[in-house]
Write a protein that binds this ligand. Structure first.
Ligand SMILES: [Zn+2]
Length: 267
């Protein structure tokens, strides 16, 4: 059975319905010919020129990148910029690009749900529910929160978070010995959910990264913050998405980018 780009797009739209993406987002098939037959898919967190080169070398016909390309309006696509060169290389090699982004964050089996389950949260609910008449039947909303099976100290929770995110270091705001019962999670740069997390009586918000002023706000509001890094908060889901696509399309070769890595290092 052959597959074209559209078959994969249809599955992805079922898995993470694009209609649930945030209004400011840029999701779906962003580059390429939906009728193109493909043999291979590459998933990644962010489509950078080195990941594009990897896709071309592996003869991937489709890249599923969590973060969108062409996010801002573009007036020229030329070799004068690294992005233009990358897009031209991808087009010349018939590589299509699809991004599920915030639809994947919010999906029923999406990143925030997966993260909540890894932390063994109970009574999981969205931080920001979608309104009834909108799309609440295909995703409950964005962000997640839930109760820990038993209360732990913030420092104990941070150990668990390091293990589940496979990171050696993280940043936090709060008192290490404070008691944590209810946890909010929001992948990426999502301190904006602090408001909802506070209203829902969460003791901590776990996210990828936050600005300094958001950290000050957390301290004032007496909600703890755990910052695992943007990459760690989302890359695991891109690896899992490759496994899901491989199972759904066994005749295709699907893998997560091997070359992609966190640009942030600890000194
Ligand atoms: Zn992100």
């Amino acid at each position: 059975m052959s597959n074209n780009v559209q078959n994969i797009c249809d599955f992805l739209d079922q898995f993470a319905p694009l209609v649930t993406a945030e209004s400011w987002d840029n999701v779906g098939l962003l580059l390429g010919d939906s009728a193109c037959e493909i043999d291979s898919i590459l998933t990644c967190l962010t489509l950078t020129p080195d990941v594009a080169a990897e896709a071309i070398e592996r003869k991937a016909g489709l890249i599923v990148t969590h973060h969108p390309i062409l996010f801002q309006a573009v007036q020229k696509i030329t070799t004068a910029t690294p992005e233009g060169r990358m897009l031209l290389d991808l087009a010349a090699n018939h590589v299509a690009v699809y991004s599920p982004h915030t639809a994947f964050d919010s999906a029923i089996k999406g990143i925030n749900q997966q993260w909540s389950e890894q932390l063994n949260l109970q009574n999981i609910q969205p931080l920001r529910p979608f309104s009834e008449n909108e799309v609440s039947d295909i995703s409950p909303g964005s962000g997640r929160c839930g109760d820990l099976p038993e209360s732990v100290s913030l420092s104990r929770l941070m150990l668990t978070v390091k293990q589940t995110c496979k990171i050696k270091q993280l940043q936090f705001v709060g008192e290490s010995d404070s008691t944590i019962n209810k946890v909010a999670v929001a992948c990426g740069a999502a301190a904006e959910f602090m408001h909802e997390a506070t209203l829902l009586n969460c003791d901590v918000l776990i996210t990828g990264e936050a600005r300094f002023h958001a950290c000050l706000e957390a301290r004032t509001k007496q909600i703890a913050l755990i910052l695992v890094g943007h990459y760690a908060s989302e890359r695991f889901a891109c690896e899992q998405l490759a496994t899901i696509l491989q199972a759904e399309f066994p005749e295709l070769t699907t893998s997560a980018s091997q070359i992609e890595s966190d640009p942030i290092q600890f000194g």
